[in-house]
Design a protein around this ligand. Sequence first.
Ligand code: ATP
Ligand code: MG
Length: 280
Amino acid sequence: MIIGLHREFTLMVRALEKGIPVILEGEAGTGKTEMAKEAAKLLKRPLHRVDGDQELSSLKIQGWFDPPMVLSKGYSWDSFLPGPLSQAMTEGGIFFFNEVNRAPSETINAVLTALDERLVTIPRLGMITAEPAFGCVFTCNPLDRVGTNPLPQAFFDRCVWLRLDHLPLEQAMEVVHLRTGEEDRNLVRVMCQITEGSRRHPDVVKGGSIRAAIFMVKLASSVRLQGEDPCGEVVLKEIAKSALTKKIRLRYNSELTEEQVVEDVVDRVLGISSEKKKTA
Ligand SMILES: Nc1ncnc2c1ncn2[C@@H]1O[C@H](COP(=O)(O)OP(=O)(O)OP(=O)(O)O)[C@@H](O)[C@H]1O
Ligand SMILES: [Mg+2]
């Protein structure tokens, strides 16, 4: 189930219905994977997924030959093991290429013919032509700079592009409630405010995502089971630091540590001013 993102989801489904590839660009936790899974479900098409990394070769997405089968049957369709792209093309499914900008350019180029001509060429065998229902969804994260390759213009030229932002507070709370089953709205609100606050903090260039809020609510629920107040300052800071410290990135000239920033965010959410802290 998708919360919010109505315009983006509708556009994405329309594009897939018309055979237009979609690229979803958004920071971690903005719902890219969820949108792709939900669209495949709505359109009743199988989703074939691959995750981009430096080792991902075009063979892994198109398919490869099974050596023992090649020995017995030679290079034939029987000895060919289709990769996720070929499977999606022949089944009329959705090819979901996650973090496409982490893949080598050679692999991205190998996908281009599938995007507009809707075919791939398998060496020694011939061509695979896509069924009409075949569709493609790509994702990338604009803050991901290490180990990524810029996507070629030819790639953007063949796709429609949709940007996903972090959800506003009320919708983020709905997602966290949906994923954790937590009924205490105040608890859910506090954790979503802390996550949002980590993105807005002046020293932060990359804040936490909704996943951090989901983790914090789960941890808080188990703290409450032990009879403690999860929204008490000390406990809340402990939970927030465990969920956020390693997920945030600070300005290069920040004088604070990640842990201090998380504590500061919690103070702001709890309404503890620096004046009060000094006098305490
Ligand atoms: N709009 C939404 N509606 C419902 N659930 C959502 C929504 N956005 C995020 N989620 C939930 O939040 C979590 C993270 O979402 P998702 O995995 O789709 O993010 P992502 O953009 O693919 O992140 P990443 O770039 O890290 O892969 C999941 O549990 C997902 O179900
Ligand atoms: Mg994802």
